[in-house]
Design a protein around this ligand. Structure first.
Ligand SMILES: Cc1cc2nc3c(=O)[nH]c(=O)nc-3n(C[C@H](O)[C@H](O)[C@H](O)COP(=O)(O)OP(=O)(O)OC[C@H]3O[C@@H](n4cnc5c(N)ncnc54)[C@H](O)[C@@H]3O)c2cc1C
Ligand code: SF4
Length: 533
């Protein structure tokens, strides 16, 4: 099989790889997806086990460095206040994600024109709109139409119930007269496309055993596989190779037994995420591309954007039933999303409400002095458990060339392949935005009835939105791919993950990552006859 030439090789079976594979499957081309992880067994997810909170801190933890499963590769993030979070399997990081599913705003595509910062995208909201709609159908998006923060859009499923905690927080926003709306969530609140409905098992961020959360192993992949796409698991790609004509001609990878294999291909699509993609391109340096594949612009690995996060928590006098329901999906506020120069920064942020903590997390917060260890522990625990609620704040991060993914000179993965190294500094605009946001977050929690508040800013493990490291653009000197995700330098090489984002917006990126993947696939399908002319 591997000796045959595939029409398309897709590297990475996460959010983007799944969407592009499903969309291209209708062409009947021979499509092979190489994924370094395996299919997940939902019975292994922590919520099936009594020690679910501990498992969520260990084998289902967010950091590939501490989780260290065979599918993981290490990431040197010592030189960044924000640490990398991901998951490596069929489904990629959507196995762990919270399934918040907002779209970018129309203004996000035009920040240079509107605010004089960064760059405009080479496409706009209207261009992506049909692909957002298509993605909503495939991922199953719960929500409520009529959100004044957006152009009209129709959710596929009824919204996630707010519960007592959501009602409490909504009151705070209403008292202040601030925007708040049930958030769009890729969660099946009713049976959808063979997926069972959410039964409020929570927490979603260690994997959904019910199959209600829209991770791509239960959304796109079953449909793509039925349509003929081959997913080859436990296969880690070391490099993309280039022929004498300057076109990508395949990949070299290690199979499940650790043997080196070659897969030849007519077209290569990279979907390894904002860290895995630049790592692979840099590892694919050759005589023709000495600085890394598709890197004539020098932009591969530059302009790394996270969303600087803050966590603001309030303590309430009453119990909130915060352990019920999807981890992060109830309400979103975009009161401070668009630029207001009087605030001292450009662009803005979203508030996303969180549920409360489980018992172990409540007890662990004893380390911060609220629930002390020792004889007073049980009384303090009883006073605190199920009385906290809060929000994360997602700040727009501006692209800065000095924030980078490079190759670590020493660190390697289990196959000896150089690992990525992160260098990231929080920009001045982000600092000011975080300061503003934390103060407003505390204000709204007090308005909702909190008697105490606290904040963690920036939130260290929040390197889960990985963007910008192979940016789109019309200028080959300043960007890696064109307006259709195609490398400026290698005409049969496409990139479809968050690394092609030009700017980050102030919302979770996965809906946009997938809409872009569908848009790129649509362009490929429309131009199959003359794609490489
Ligand atoms: C804890 C957590 C919570 C999150 N919550 C949200 C949320 O609520 N909303 C939201 O929008 N986003 C959220 N995210 C982010 C979201 O998961 C990512 O934006 C999304 O999954 C990125 O899609 P992707 O396809 O680019 O990459 P991924 O989904 O990360 O997939 C990349 C895949 O490529 C594979 N791969 C990489 N390198 C190689 C190689 N060399 N060879 C073979 N395979 C390779 C990996 O194994 C992986 O499976 C969260 C992430 C985490 C970790
Ligand atoms: S709350 Fe719903 S979506 Fe989240 S893990 Fe439980 S069943 Fe799945």
């Amino acid at each position: 099989m591997a000796d045959e030439v595939a029409d398309v090789v897709i590297i990475g079976a996460g959010a983007a790889g799944a969407a592009v594979a499903w969309s291209l499957a209708e062409t009947r081309m021979r499509i092979v997806c190489l994924e370094q992880g395996g299919w997940m067994d939902p019975s292994e997810y922590p919520t099936n086990h009594q020690n679910w909170e501990m498992l969520g801190l260990g084998p289902f933890g967010f950091s590939p460095n501490t989780r260290a499963r065979p599918a993981d590769y290490p990431v040197n993030d010592d030189d960044s206040p924000i640490k990398i979070s991901n998951f490596n399997a069929v489904g990629g990081s959507t196995i762990l994600y919270a399934a918040h599913f907002p779209r970018l705003h129309p203004s996000d595509f035009r920040v240079k024109a509107l605010d004089g910062v960064a760059d405009d995208w080479p496409l706009d909201y209207a261009t992506l709109e049909p692909f957002y709609d298509q993605n909503a159908e495939m991922m199953g998006v719960a929500g409520l139409s009529g959100d004044p923060a957006y152009p009209p859009k129709e959710p596929t499923l009824p919204p996630v119930p707010l519960g007592r905690l959501g009602d409490t927080l909504a009151r705070g926003f209403e008292r202040l007269g601030w925007h708040v709306w049930p958030s769009d969530s890729a969660i099946a609140t009713a049976e959808h496309a063979g997926r069972a409905p959410c039964i409020n098992l929570g927490p979603c961020v260690t994997g959904c055993a019910q199959g209600a959360k829209g991770s791509t192993d239960v959304t796109y992949w079953p449909a793509a596989v039925r349509a003929g796409v081959e997913v080859r698991t436990h296969c880690r790609v070391r490099e993309i190779t280039v022929g004498g004509d300057g076109l990508a001609d395949g990949v070299v990878y290690f199979d499940a037994e650790g043997n080196e294999q070659r897969q030849r291909a007519e077209m290569v699509i990279v979907a390894c995420n904002g860290v895995g993609t630049p790592r692979l391109l840099l590892n694919s340096a050759s005589a023709r591309f000495p600085d890394g594949l598709a890197n004539r612009s020098g932009r591969v690995g530059r302009n790394l954007m996270f969303h600087p996060y803050a966590l603001v928590t309030g303590w309430f006098p009453e119990r909130l039933e915060g352990y019920k329901g999807p981890t992060g999906c109830s309400l979103i506020s975009q009161e401070f999303y668009e630029t207001d120069p009087s605030r001292g920064f450009v662009r803005g942020y979203s508030f996303e409400m969180l549920r409360g903590d489980g018992p172990v997390r409540t007890a662990i917060q004893g380390a911060a002095g609220r629930v002390p260890w020792g004889s007073a522990h049980h009384d303090a625990f009883a006073e605190r458990f199920d009385r906290n609620a809060g929000m994360v704040i997602i700040c727009e991060d501006l692209p800065e060339e000095h924030n980078t993914v490079t190759l670590d000179p020493e660190l390697v993965d289990g196959h000896g392949i150089p690992a990525p190294r992160i260098h990231y500094r929080l920009g001045e605009n982000s600092r000011r935005m975080l300061e503003h946001a934390v103060a407003r977050g505390k204000e709204v929690l007090h308005a909702a009835g909190a008697i105490e508040t606290e904040a963690l800013s920036p939130l260290p493990p929040a390197g889960w939105h990985l963007m910008g490291t192979a940016r789109m653009g019309t200028d080959p000197e300043r960007s890696v791919v064109d307006a259709h995700g195609r490398s400026h330098d290698v005409k049969n090489l496409f990139i479809v993950d968050g690394s092609i984002f030009v700017t980050s917006g102030g919302v979770n990126p996965t809906n946009t990552i997938q809409a872009l993947a569908l848009y790129v696939a649509d362009h490929i399908k429309r131009n199959l006859g003359n794609l490489f002319d």
